[in-house]
Write a protein that binds this ligand. Structure first.
Ligand code: PHE
Length: 462
């Protein structure tokens, strides 16, 4: 017997949960890094454009499909668009499965770094310690990697186990304000550092001569990842909206929050890094370098109040990651709950355990263990971790996003989408016609360009 569908307690609950899903490692780990790689300014501007012109309309599309059908992604697409569209939903569930399987590994690192930095706060930063060696030692210990990601996966299961209001919403309402407070503290401290002027100029002064065409597609691809679009997370969260809460307002707030947090994080990290001569060159080499190699040491040697902010920073990373992993697990678990009548408790544990099997592969990707670390389905990608991240970011999210845009813009009737977006609760400034223009033409053209670049030109954006 299926229970009556659970709902967010209010539109504020929806905003917290959805913003929690959006704000994650994408904001704290990926965005600063790709901004760095793409020379800042112009890239950031293009990214903001992508968020507004493509991300926001698709966010609204996903939420409205969910609210309209009151079903998680497979059932929702089937009902809103047509029976064949269940396949797109299943693609989303698979994406949630794969994404969660490696996301928890990096999330687990935040736990390790919290412990290490807290230790340095108490004992002082050991003179002569190389944080590069610390990083190398922790990733190459398979046992440690598995233990950390197990801890994180268990926390994720524990939240989703308690359901929409008592689990997901409650945690998001608790964590997001803490996360924001820590970020503001860090921002204040970072802005006082000598590199902050250079950092702000790097991030906000566009230099279009430096912008490569590929950066545009990278910015666009990242807007899917960072807003949790293209795989049904927002459809699923939309399905817990009761009746007449505003989709337009909620989408706008979620998108703005996600963007502000990404920019804050970037300003913080660059202010710290640019304050140390030579650090800029050193950081360039790797995605993980900034967050897990350069920053841990700089907290202790450079940042005002860094002894306190260091461990707090990794708490922030962990909180942000957890509100994202719960949305990923919810996509997978709600499929079993809605479509196969499995009870929530059983579904969460089952899905959590199945996904964890793949997490083990991701966790030991770095340890050089034979087979798993050499598993290379794509050229140049080794191990389950890189393979999965490549597949999700380049193939799954863009194709899923394209399908959802087409569904909302072309396959659902005008009456259906209009009925969801035009009612008494939507703000007066909202123009349905503008949304429709974007969802029918702008978004599909833009996302289509990524898909074409990946499939036909072998581009790699991850
Ligand atoms: N938006 C999350 C982040 O930025 C990642 C995510 C993608 C979460 C898709 C859920 C679904 O880290």
């Amino acid at each position: 017997m299926q229970e009556p569908r659970a709902h967010w307690s209010s539109s504020v609950g929806l905003v917290f949960a959805a913003a929690g899903s959006a704000i994650g490692l994408g904001n704290l780990w990926k965005f600063p890094f790709i901004t760095f790689e793409n020379d800042g300014g112009a890239f950031v501007l293009v990214y903001l454009l992508c968020i507004a012109a493509v991300g926001l309309p698709i966010m609204m599309a996903e939420l409205l499909i969910g609210r309209r059908t009151q079903k998680s992604v497979v059932g929702a697409l089937r009902e809103a668009v047509g029976p064949a569209w269940g396949v797109v939903g299943a693609w989303g569930v698979l994406c949630g499965f794969i994404l969660l399987s490696y996301y928890t590994v990096i999330a687990g690192w935040s736990l390790y770094y919290f412990a290490r930095t807290a230790q340095w706060t108490l004992t002082g930063f050991p003179a002569g310690l190389s944080t590069g060696d610390v990083f190398g030692a922790q990733v190459s210990s398979s046992g440690l990697q598995i233990a950390l990601s197990l801890a994180f996966s268990t926390a994720t299961v524990a939240v989703v186990y308690f359901g929409v209001q008592r689990g997901i919403e409650r945690i998001a309402r608790l964590f997001l304000p803490i996360l924001f407070a820590i970020l503001v503290l860090m921002l204040v401290s970072a802005l006082g550092m000598s590199g902050s002027g250079e950092a702000l100029a790097f991030i906000f002064r566009p230099n279009f001569a430096e912008l490569e065409p590929e950066s545009v597609l990278e910015a666009l691809g990242h807007s899917f990842f960072t807003l949790s679009l293209g795989m049904g997370a927002m459809v699923t969260y939309g399905s817990y909206i009761a009746g007449n809460q505003s989709i337009v307002k909620a989408s706008a707030v979620i998108v703005v929050l996600d963007t502000v947090i990404a920019l804050f994080a970037t300003v913080i990290m660059f202010s710290v890094i640019f304050s140390v001569s030579g650090m800029r060159e050193q950081v360039g080499a790797s995605t993980v370098g900034m967050l897990f190699i350069s920053l841990p040491e700089l907290f202790y040697t450079q940042v005002p109040f860094g002894r306190i902010l260091g461990p707090l920073f990794y708490v922030l990373v962990a909180l942000a990651a957890l509100t994202s992993t719960i949305s990923l697990l919810e996509v997978v678990a709600s499929y079993l709950i809605d479509e196969h009548d499995v009870d929530r408790h059983k579904a969460t544990i089952l899905c959590g355990a199945a996904i964890f099997v793949f997490t083990i592969f991701a966790a030991i990707s770095f340890s050089g263990a034979p087979f798993f670390s050499t598993l290379a389905l794509f050229e140049g990608k080794t191990g389950w971790f890189e393979t999965a991240d490549h597949f999700v970011s380049n193939w799954m999210l863009p194709t899923g996003g394209l399908a959802i845009t087409l569904a909302a813009g072309w396959f659902m009737t005008r009456e259906a989408t209009r009925g969801e977006l035009v009612d008494g609760n939507e703000p007066g400034w909202f123009r349905y016609g503008v949304w429709r223009l974007f969802i029918r033409w702008v978004a599909p053209a833009a996302v289509g360009a990524i898909v074409v670049a990946v499939i036909f030109f072998g581009r790699d954006f991850s």
